[in-house]
Design a protein around this ligand. Structure first.
Ligand SMILES: *Cc1c(COP(=O)(O)O)cnc(C)c1O
Length: 438
């Protein structure tokens, strides 16, 4: 399998190249040159994720240097479960796909761990230490730090906007030490992203530190996510004979793209509903066909605060034309008031404790016409654990939320951070400082 750029299909690369580079040389995103079909394959949803994943992902690895390592990569990346829990108290068939059982309690752990497992195998034992440079608005940085922490041959430098991430998120970004350097930038998330782009644009820095990106457009973060939808779809199809629909809390559209690819491959996935927060770029596009990226606005579901979702380029390549997309996807915008109401209502209804992102998913589900809700078994994707956002969720529920054990252990660790100004010289000094610590 070769991978082509969304912008120039004649620019193609091996999987290993696409994993190492992240972006295509023309600034496009990598896509598989053809979508593999598993429609005729005999697959069932019983095996654990790490056994199912190599079967689903083998076509994407075919012919690549990493193909033989795929089973071992999957054992490393899928070492925690993604259970489906029935949402009690609902007259309809409604379930929750829990993607928050990893070390940093959000679905980003799957992609970050898979990418780290791939990059570690591409990294020759005698090669120079690579620096994974990542800007984060919250969940990505913690997942990437967890995935690379203690890995020989890699350092992580992560940038986050000081004062603009939740206290639990900040702790997850700064509790590592060792080969992880956490830079609290006096600026916004956009400043952090701009600095990372600037650093990659400077050949001197790129080469001196062997800079590598781990951002969400890397194909190595997308591929493992399609396994999650495939596994859930297979399990419910085996049990009930029909493909379930998915409601996906969405920001940069990485999960949504993975779900769309899984359905294109012939896996049992029915309707796809994207739940966005007040950042309405995608719902507006589906409504009127005008693609109008814009500045993001801050919401309670901060990991979805994206005004110009990069993976739209992949969805538009998969389904060219507005009509092709509206026939295959729905998107709903849920504002902060509706997110708050959803957190309270789902707790009252079924005792569910939802993070703000997942609550947007439930609100999107409730907004569907009754006939559409009843026509299928719907699965709302729980993208993070509520305990990551206690300042929002606890007052609405009137009770404390126990963090899961992995998260609790991170919360008890000391924290290390360096505060820097939002300028490239300060970033270079920050990267250099990290390079000195063992
Ligand atoms: C990243 C994230 C999202 C959005 O996922 P995309 O793939 O960017 O659309 C939703 N919820 C949580 C908790 C996240 O961390």
């Amino acid at each position: 399998m070769k991978y082509a750029s969304t912008r120039d299909p004649s620019l193609s690369a091996s999987l290993s190249r696409a994993l190492a580079d992240g972006l295509a040389p023309d600034g496009g995103l990598y896509l598989p040159q053809s979508m593999p079909s598993l429609a005729g394959a005999t697959l069932d949803g019983r095996p654990p994720l790490h056994e199912l994943a190599p079967r689903l992902l083998a076509p994407f690895f075919a012919g690549d240097a990493l193909a033989r390592a795929l089973p071992a990569i999957c054992v490393e990346a899928f070492d925690f479960p993604a259970p489906i829990a029935a949402a009690q108290g609902s007259p309809e068939r409604l379930s929750v796909l829990e993607l928050f059982h990893g070390p940093t309690a959000a679905f980003k752990d799957f992609g970050a761990r898979f990418l780290a497992a791939c990059l570690a195998r591409l990294h020759a034992a005698d090669a120079r230490t690579r620096t994974v440079l990542v800007a984060t608005s919250g969940d990505t940085g913690g997942a990437v730090a967890a995935a690379f922490h203690g890995r020989p041959g890699f350092r992580v430098v992560l940038l986050y906007p000081e004062g603009r991430v939740s206290p639990v998120q900040e702790q997850q970004l700064t509790c590592w030490g060792g080969n992880v350097t956490s830079l609290a930038v006096r600026g916004s998330f956009d400043d952090c992203q701009r600095l990372v782009k600037q650093a990659f644009g400077l050949a001197r820095l790129r080469e001196e530190f062997a800079l590598t990106s781990a951002n969400s457009i890397n194909i190595g973060r997308l591929l493992p996510q399609l396994v999650l939808f495939a596994a859930a779809g297979l399990r419910l199809r085996d049990a009930e004979g029909a493909a379930p629909g998915f409601v996906i809390p969405s920001g940069n559209l990485g999960l949504a793209t993975a779900c769309a690819w899984a359905r294109e491959m012939g896996l049992p996935i029915g309707g796809i509903v994207l739940a966005h927060n007040a950042n309405r770029t995608v719902p507006d596009y589906l409504a009127d066909g005008q693609w109008r990226p814009r500045e993001s606005v801050a919401t309670l579901a901060s990991a979805m605060d994206v005004g110009d979702p990069s993976n739209m380029e992949r969805l538009m390549a998969l389904w060219p034309g507005h009509g092709a997309m509206t026939g295959r996807l729905q998107a709903v915008s849920i504002d902060d008031g509706a997110i708050r109401a959803s957190i309270g209502a789902e707790f009252a209804r079924a005792g569910l404790m939802l993070c703000p992102h997942t609550a947007a998913g439930f609100a999107a589900y409730r907004s569907l016409p009754g006939a559409e809700r009843r026509a299928a078994h719907w699965v709302v994707v729980a993208t993070a654990h509520a305990a990551k956002f206690p300042e929002t969720v606890e007052p609405l529920l009137g009770r404390r939320i126990e963090p899961p054990p992995a998260l609790a252990s991170l919360l008890g660790r000391p924290s290390f951070k360096t505060r820097i100004d939002a300028g490239i010289d300060a970033l270079e000094a920050g990267i250099r400082e990290g390079a000195c610590t063992p």
